[in-house]
Design a protein around this ligand. Structure first.
Ligand SMILES: [Zn+2]
Ligand SMILES: [Zn+2]
Length: 377
């Protein structure tokens, strides 16, 4: 049981905000869990970001919470007996603001090195001469295809992106020994720079790639178009790092590693504790559920398209319940539909007949296509 390994250092609220825990692995390795608030407002709540300090020979921090919470996170570490100055290095599970928002602040105030994949190092920079549109010149490459409106990004992300772009990154390989007992793997899909970190063959930090309750949204393969030149020559195809196919390949990769290791304590970046309960995950079972979810969703979209060609928005409105479509919900729903239509189109089940409009071909290849996606080593 997860609880058997968890010592609560400080109680928080029913969703884990303000909580502080120590996870004691059977081998004696310890990991601190430090959830920081992650409220965007509106009805949708992912729960706090679970940042973790792995107490290896030298401690290192994975994830840094939202922009502006670096000081809070350092205070939490202090409360648990770790000074920021003790950190060997800091890294993030992926480049979303709820995870790398305070990376710059933490690196600056502790002097710790920052480790990250080459793809992260490239995407956080600004390339005004390469940006395709005036509106994108003001944003780093990671955000050129953000589906949120520009007004939202300017208000919420600008300062964060400016400071983030000044980070010095020590780049790591796609498979990398981080310390004596920790090993990281590139698991792109939710974002192109997602990582999973295995600790001592006993625990795995899965970031947003595997979550309890929630099915993480996949990125779109089309995000690759604008950053192609920036990612060359290392990442040459969209589906190697972006979109639903990359995501499912990464799940297959995690499953293969998980199978070789036996029982693992799964530490997700959201909802380890939520609604007054611990979410204990079995890595292999949860991965099967996530893959099944995407098979079902592809099937449902195909069913809608069997009635006739539809735009992405029409599919989203027909498929998702109304409350989910409120505010920015419609944009997230459209992203979800596009990711699935990209996969359906890659396996010949749908065709794009005009921009963001798809038609069914009569084929039903998606299920076997998904099942046969191999790990992306
Ligand atoms: Zn994320
Ligand atoms: Zn997140």
């Amino acid at each position: 049981m997860l609880q058997d390994y968890v010592e609560v250092i400080k109680q928080g609220d029913s969703n884990g905000n303000g909580m502080l825990i120590r996870i004691k692995l059977p081998s004696g390795h310890e990991i601190l869990g430090l959830p920081t608030e992650n409220a965007y407002g509106g009805g949708w709540d992912l729960g706090p970001t679970w940042n973790y300090v792995v107490l290896d020979e030298k401690p290192f921090l994975v994830d840094t919470g939202k922009f502006g919470l670096g000081g809070r996170l350092l205070d939490m570490m202090k409360y648990a007996g770790i000074s920021g100055k003790d950190l060997d290095f800091v890294m993030v599970s992926h480049g979303h603001e709820d995870h790398d928002g305070s990376l710059f602040k933490i690196a600056e105030s502790t002097g710790a090195k920052v480790k990250g994949l080459d793809i992260y190092d490239r995407l956080i920079r600004f390339y005004p001469e390469r940006a395709a549109y005036d509106s994108t010149k003001r944003f780093p490459a990671s955000c050129w295809r953000c589906f949120m409106p520009e007004s939202f990004s300017t208000k919420n992300c600008f300062e964060y992106q400016q400071t983030r772009s000044r980070l010095k990154i020590e780049t790591i390989e796609n498979e990398c020994n981080l310390s004596k007992s920790a090993l990281s793997y590139h698991v792109p899909g939710h974002s192109p720079d997602s990582l999973a970190i295995f600790v001592g063959g006993e625990a795995v930090l899965v970031g947003d790639t595997v979550l309890p309750d929630i099915t993480p949204w996949p990125s779109q393969e089309s995000f690759f178009d604008q950053v192609r030149e920036i990612l060359k020559p290392r990442y040459c195809s969209a589906e190697s790092v972006y979109g639903l196919r990359a995501y499912i390949r990464s799940l297959a990769k995690l499953k293969e590693i998980g199978k070789s290791l036996g029982d693992l304590i799964v530490l997700p970046a959201h909802r380890l504790f939520y609604n007054s309960r611990w979410n204990e995950l079995n890595l292999l079972t949860r991965i099967d559920e996530l893959v099944e979810h995407h098979i079902q969703r592809c099937g449902a979209i195909l069913k809608i398209l069997e009635k006739g060609a539809r735009t992405v928005r029409e599919i989203a409105v027909e498929y998702f319940d109304e409350p989910l479509l409120k505010g920015f919900g419609i944009l997230m729903a459209e992203n979800e539909v596009i990711s699935h239509c990209e996969l359906l189109s890659a396996c010949g089940d749908v065709v794009s007949i005009e921009h963001y409009k798809f038609a069914a071909t009569g084929n039903m290849n998606f299920e076997s296509a998904i099942q046969s996606l191999e790990p992306n080593w």
